[in-house]
Design a protein around this ligand. Structure first.
Ligand SMILES: Cc1cc2nc3c(=O)[nH]c(=O)nc-3n(C[C@H](O)[C@H](O)[C@H](O)COP(=O)(O)OP(=O)(O)OC[C@H]3O[C@@H](n4cnc5c(N)ncnc54)[C@H](O)[C@@H]3O)c2cc1C
Length: 488
C-alpha cells in the first residue's frame, strides 16, 4: 500500500531547508495544507493574570502572510504539488483533509510559544487513537534544539554565556536541499482560496513609500533579498557598522519577516555567510549577522524554557513593578493611546511609532527607544506595548518580541535595568533630524538643534519654523528629565 502524507504548513512557508517537507516528501503522495486560523485575527484576551483584550494581527503582517502563502502555492505547483488553503482552525481542517485522502502521517514544525504549542496539541488530539499519525519536526532556529550542549531547560538566562556555551559546544547543521515532490493524491480536496483581509476581519494595508523596504512576502522574495543585500550590494562586509541605522533599505539585512514567517531558514543564511567569508571577506561584520541570529535563537530557547512566565507581567525575573494600567487609570489610558498613535510630543519616539503604524517595520534602535519610553518613562504595563507591537509588526515573533520587551522593561533576560535616554539617543542616531522629519512632516522646517526638543522653541521661533505646539505637533506627554529621576 502506498503512503500518503500531509504537510501542515505554519510559520515555515518555504521549500528550502525544511525538515518537515523533507520527511513528508519521502511518502508516495503528498498534500500540503495552510490554515488561516480565525483565532489569530480579530480581538483576543491576552490571557493569564491582569488580562486585557487586544487585536493580534494587523494589516501589514496579513499582507505579507497572504503573499507568502500565494508564493509557496506557486512554487509547489511549479513542482507538480499543491497547497490547500483553509480559513479554519487547523485541528478541524487537518482532520477533514487527512480523512479525505486517508493520510498516514501529518508532518509539521513545532514552535515553542505556549499559544502555538496549544494549537499543536489540539491537532494531535484530533488524531489520537486514529489511523493517521502526527510527526513533529524542529526547523526554525540556527542551532537544532537536540544539538545544544545542554538541554534547553538548562540554558543560561543571559545572552553572552548562552552564546559562549553554544559556540563552543555545538555545530550548525547543513541546510537541507529542496526535495523532489511526490504527486498529490488522486482524491485531492479543492485547493481553496486565500482569504482576503476583509474576510479575515483586518483592514487592508496601504503602502507607504517612506518605508525602508516594501517587504514583498514569500520564499522567492526572501531569496532575492539575501542575494541582493548580501551579494549584489555587498553589504555584509560593513554590517556591524551600519546596523544601527534608521533610514534606507540596506543598513540592516531586513531578513526578519522572512525568518519569522519561515520563508528563510537561518541555517541557509549561515551557509551563505560562510560562503561570503570564503569568497569575499571574513571580518567582525560578517560574523555579526550570525551573532544576531544567535540572539534570535536565544529567545526561541528561552521561551521554550520558561513557557507562559515569559509573557507574564513580572516576567522571568518575577519582579513586581508598580505599572500604570491603561484599563483602570485614565491618565495611563490617554498616554498609551498617544504612544500608539505616535503623538507623545517626543519626536524620536513618535517618528518610530508612525513608521511602525504605516509600514509594520522599525529599526532595532527605534524599537528599543519606543519600548523603553513606554516601559521606563511612562511606566505603563510593558505587555500593553508588546501586544501593540504584536499587532502592528510585519516581522512579529512571540519569542523575539516579548523577549526584547521584557528585557527593556527590566523583567526579562538581563540582571541590569535597560532604559534608554531618548534625548541622547536621538542626538547620536539622528543628529540632523533626517529620520524624525521623514515621519513627522509637522517638524519639516524645524532646524536640527531643536527638532528633537521642539518644546524648547519660543512661540516666535515656532511661528518662524512653521510649527505651533499643541496645534501642529503635540506638547510632550511627560517631562522627560523628571521621568528618569523616578526610575529605580
Ligand atoms: C522591543 C523590541 C521588539 C522586537 N520585536 C521583534 C519581533 O517581533 N520579531 C523580530 O524578528 N525581531 C524583533 N526585535 C528584534 C530586532 O529589532 C529585529 O529583529 C530587527 O530590527 C529586524 O531587522 P533586520 O532583519 O534588518 O535585522 P538585522 O539587524 O539584520 O538582524 C538579522 C536578524 O537577526 C535577528 N535579530 C537581530 N536582533 C535581534 C534581537 N534583538 N532579538 C531577536 N532577534 C534578533 C533577526 O532575526 C534579524 O532578522 C525586537 C526588538 C525590540 C527592541
Amino acid at each position: 500500500m502506498s503512503d500518503t502524507d500531509v504537510l501542515w504548513l505554519r510559520r515555515d512557508l518555504r521549500l528550502h531547508d525544511s525538515p518537515a517537507l523533507a520527511a513528508a516528501a519521502a511518502a508516495d503522495e503528498l498534500l500540503a495544507v495552510y490554515c488561516f486560523d480565525p483565532r489569530e485575527y480579530g480581538d483576543r484576551p491576552f490571557g493569564g493574570r491582569d488580562s486585557f483584550r487586544y487585536r493580534k494581527t494587523g494589516a501589514h503582517r496579513v499582507r505579507f502572510r497572504r503573499e507568502a502563502v500565494a508564493d509557496l502555492r506557486e512554487r509547489l505547483r511549479e513542482r507538480g504539488g499543491e497547497l490547500l488553503v483553509r480559513h479554519e482552525r487547523p485541528e478541524r481542517a487537518l482532520r477533514t483533509v487527512a480523512d479525505a485522502v486517508d493520510a498516514d502521517t501529518v508532518h509539521y514544525h513545532t514552535r515553542p510559544s505556549p499559544e502555538e504549542m496549544g494549537v499543536e496539541e489540539a491537532v494531535r488530539e484530533q488524531f489520537r487513537n486514529r489511523p493517521t499519525a502526527t510527526e513533529r519536526h524542529w526547523g526554525h532556529t540556527l542551532y537544532h534544539v537536540d544539538d545544544l550542549p545542554v538541554r534547553y531547560t538548562e540554558i543560561q538566562d543571559t545572552y553572552t554565556p548562552f552564546r559562549n556555551t553554544v559556540e563552543a559546544g555545538a555545530e550548525v547543521r547543513e541546510p537541507l536541499e529542496t526535495p523532489e515532490l511526490p504527486p498529490t493524491p488522486a482524491t485531492e480536496p479543492s485547493p481553496g482560496e486565500i482569504p482576503t483581509p476583509e474576510t479575515l476581519g483586518v483592514e487592508p494595508a496601504t503602502p507607504d513609500d517612506r518605508g525602508v523596504h516594501p517587504f514583498p512576502g514569500g520564499e522567492s522574495a526572501a531569496l532575492d533579498r539575501l542575494e541582493s543585500w548580501m551579494w549584489d550590494g555587498d553589504n555584509l562586509r560593513s554590517y556591524r557598522d551600519t546596523r544601527n541605522g534608521m533610514v534606507g533599505p540596506d543598513y540592516s539585512s531586513k531578513f526578519s519577516p522572512y525568518l519569522n514567517e519561515g520563508c528563510l531558514s537561518p541555517r541557509y543564511v549561515k551557509r551563505e555567510v560562510d560562503r561570503y567569508e570564503a569568497e569575499r571577506v571574513s571580518n567582525d561584520d560578517t560574523y555579526w549577522l550570525v551573532f544576531e541570529l544567535l540572539w534570535r535563537d536565544f529567545f526561541q530557547f528561552q521561551v521554550a524554557k520558561h513557557g507562559a512566565t515569559f509573557f507574564e507581567r513580572p516576567g522571568i525575573r518575577d519582579r513586581e513593578i508598580d505599572w500604570a494600567d491603561p484599563e483602570t487609570d485614565p491618565k495611563a489610558a490617554s498616554q498609551f493611546r498617544r504612544w500608539c498613535e505616535g503623538a507623545t510630543g517626543i519626536p524620536f519616539v513618535d517618528a518610530n511609532m508612525v513608521e511602525l503604524n504605516q509600514t509594520g517595520y522599525v529599526s532595532n534602535r527605534g524599537r528599543q527607544i519606543a519600548a523603553s519610553f513606554l516601559a521606563n518613562n511612562l511606566r505603563i504595563d510593558w505587555r500593553r506595548g508588546a501586544a501593540y507591537f504584536e499587532r502592528r509588526l510585519v516581522d512579529y515573533d512571540p519569542a523575539s518580541n516579548y523577549g526584547n520587551w521584557a528585557y527593556i522593561a527590566g523583567v526579562g533576560n538581563d540582571s541590569r535595568n535597560r532604559h534608554f535616554d531618548v534625548s541622547s539617543q536621538a542626538e547620536k542616531y539622528d543628529p540632523d533630524g533626517t529620520f524624525v522629519r521623514r515621519w513627522l512632516p509637522a517638524l519639516s522646517d524645524v532646524p536640527a538643534d531643536a527638532v528633537h526638543e521642539p518644546w524648547t522653541l519660543t512661540p516666535a521661533q515656532q511661528r518662524r519654523h512653521g510649527v505651533e505646539l499643541g496645534i501642529d505637533y503635540p506638547e510632550p506627554v511627560v517631562d522627560l528629565e523628571a521621568s528618569y529621576e523616578k526610575l529605580p
